[in-house]
Design a protein around this ligand. Structure first.
Ligand code: NAI
Ligand code: CS2
Length: 495
């Protein structure tokens, strides 16, 4: 028998689940057993079980990929470890709240639908990446030209997309006279609950208008702000976790110590007391979401594109460059913060300083390439709304313009030394066709700004935006990313 964390004694310092796992019930079905969920929602739920007599367990589902991960999870009794890596110490926790797992390729589509439609399922939560919502990124409405959506609309009882699964599972519940579940989006999307609701309702309306009405009346879609930096797993990380735990854990994941979860308290069939693990329940999550998406994710994307182009493989490496560190802070405070409308007493400067420290954490190897992925889905959340704010105010949007120019230079598919870039994006074909037509030439800027799925016309067709992004793009061509970023450091600080 292969040794794993379920059948081998682990090192003493690993904090183990101290509750009775056999009493847990799969009340949550989670779509997207990726890196983030393991270190965030599952860990919060585990902590609730440690701090109370909660019976909330999770059935994990991966709709796309990750079959090996699911097989490994099953082999180790659905246990796995999380290593929280601070600057100088690491805490290792074993998570025990995962009760079962399903995968349509391994268990069939119906097994997943039946679990979602089971009477005890109270929440269907999701970390399926921005593209999983099959929404038009600029408007947040259902993208009916999306291949998965077209397939699911033609065959709604055997879905492939997360949206198709949710609608079909809700149809089964309605037909069986069961109460609905809450749909809980935990992805980095502005008003993620509203976007989830919009795409689910629109899809339902196209297959069954009465079902659409039932969902509208019965189902809630609370929005959430989720935060914890969880880089994708690497071989180096697995080796480190094996040393810390005493046995290898193919489902283990490392992350930063910081975590935050702000949730709209609007659940139709109950919820765990995630507040016992530090989550905050609020009436309106929007200001928190906007703060995080613009200050953290906006500057993260900026650092990812301009860092990658400069040859920095990790965010911590870009932060070791004093110019990048300074410009990231300025972008947060001067570029993004002014566009926010926060509750009184929010200290945005303190928040920005914390973000700079988190990005600098040298023990996290967060690849610039990973964050650069799926830019077409991220830029509309992270850079466009603040740019729009500055246009309305008549104020400078230098950082947003350079961030967008960095993305355009990155998706050309060729780095500054002429090496190929592996561009991952659901719109890669459309975007690279535009890039190929123009080559590395500033004429690509208006052509990309005209892609309305990413840039609303009020931004993409605005001559000030076209000029500012073109100037930044030309500088990237003429001088490269490092020099272009350094030129944004205010003179006295550069001296
Ligand atoms: P991951 O790559 O480890 O996992 C992605 C998950 O999404 C997988 O479970 C996969 O099955 C699923 N997925 C991918 N495409 C899908 C589709 N079209 N439909 C349905 N499911 C799909 O990524 P990770 O790190 O777990 O991040 C996932 C999302 O979580 C991010 O896109 C972001 O929205 C959110 N998030 C991630 C953070 C991080 O630091 N990793 C922090 C905060 C939020
Ligand atoms: C990152 C985020 O991959 C990305 O695009 O910006 O996943 C980031 O790490 C998280 O939002 C932090 O909470």
């Amino acid at each position: 028998m292969t040794k794993n964390i379920a059948n081998t004694a682990v090192n003493d310092h690993v904090s183990l689940p101290d509750y009775k796992r056999s009493t847990l019930v799969s009340r949550i079905v989670h779509l997207g057993f990726g890196a983030f969920h393991r270190a965030h929602q599952a860990l919060f739920t585990d902590e609730v079980a440690r701090n109370s007599n909660s019976d909330w367990g999770i059935c994990e589902v991966n709709l796309f990929g990750g079959e090996e991960l699911v097989a490994s999870l099953r082999a180790q009794d659905h246990l796995y470890t999380v290593a929280e890596k601070g600057g100088d110490n690491t805490l290792v926790k074993m998570i025990g709240v995962v009760t079962e797992s399903l995968h349509p390729e391994m268990d069939g589509v119906d097994a997943v639908l039946e679990k979602m439609a089971a009477p005890e399922t109270a929440i269907v939560s999701m970390t399926i990446t921005e593209k999983g919502y099959c929404a038009d990124p600029a408007t947040g409405t259902l993208d009916k030209s999306n291949g998965l959506i077209m397939t699911d609309l033609a065959n709604p009882t055997s879905p492939r997309s997360a949206i198709g699964y949710i609608v079909q599972a809700l149809r089964l519940r309605r037909d069986r006279g069961l109460q609905p579940f809450t749909v809980l989006s935990c992805d980095n999307i502005q008003e993620n609950g509203h976007v989830a609701k919009a795409v689910v309702l629109e899809f339902a309306g196209l297959v069954d208008v009465e079902l659409q009405q039932w969902i509208q009346e019965q189902v809630t879609f609370p929005s959430t702000m989720v935060d914890r930096i969880v880089p994708a797993a690497t071989e180096e990380m697995f080796t480190e976790i094996a040393e810390l735990v005493g046995v290898s854990d193919p489902c283990g994941i490392a992350c930063e110590p910081f975590r935050q979860w702000v949730i709209e308290d609007n659940f139709v069939a109950g919820r765990p007391n995630w507040n016992l693990a530090g989550a905050e329940f609020v009436e309106d999550v929007r200001p928190y979401e906007e703060m995080k998406l613009r200050m953290l994710n906006g500057s993260h994307s900026f650092l990812a594109y301009l860092g990658y182009l400069a040859g920095y493989p990790f965010i911590s490496a870009t932060m070791a460059d004093p110019a990048y560190k300074q410009v990231a802070f300025d972008m947060m405070m001067k570029g993004q913060a002014p566009s926010l409308n926060m509750p009184e007493g929010t200290d945005l400067e303190n928040y920005a300083r914390l973000l700079i420290d988190r990005f600098t954490n040298p023990s996290l190897k967060h690849q610039t390439w990973q964050i650069a992925m799926d830019g077409s889905q991220k830029i509309p959340q992270r850079l466009v709304p603040s740019l729009q704010y500055h246009l309305n105010q008549g104020s400078a949007f230098t950082w947003q313009a350079l961030g967008i120019a960095g993305w355009m230079r990155y998706i050309s598919g060729q780095d500054e030394s002429g090496k190929a870039i592996d561009v991952c994006d659901p719109m890669v074909n459309e975007l690279q066709a535009i890039c190929d037509e123009h080559g590395l030439n500033v004429s690509v800027v208006p052509a990309l700004l005209a892609v309305e799925k990413i840039f609303p016309a009020s931004v993409g067709q605005n001559s000030m935006v076209i000029d500012a992004v073109s100037t930044a793009y030309q500088s990237l061509l003429d001088h490269g990313a490092r020099t272009t970023v350094a030129a944004l450091v205010p003179k006295q600080e550069a001296a």
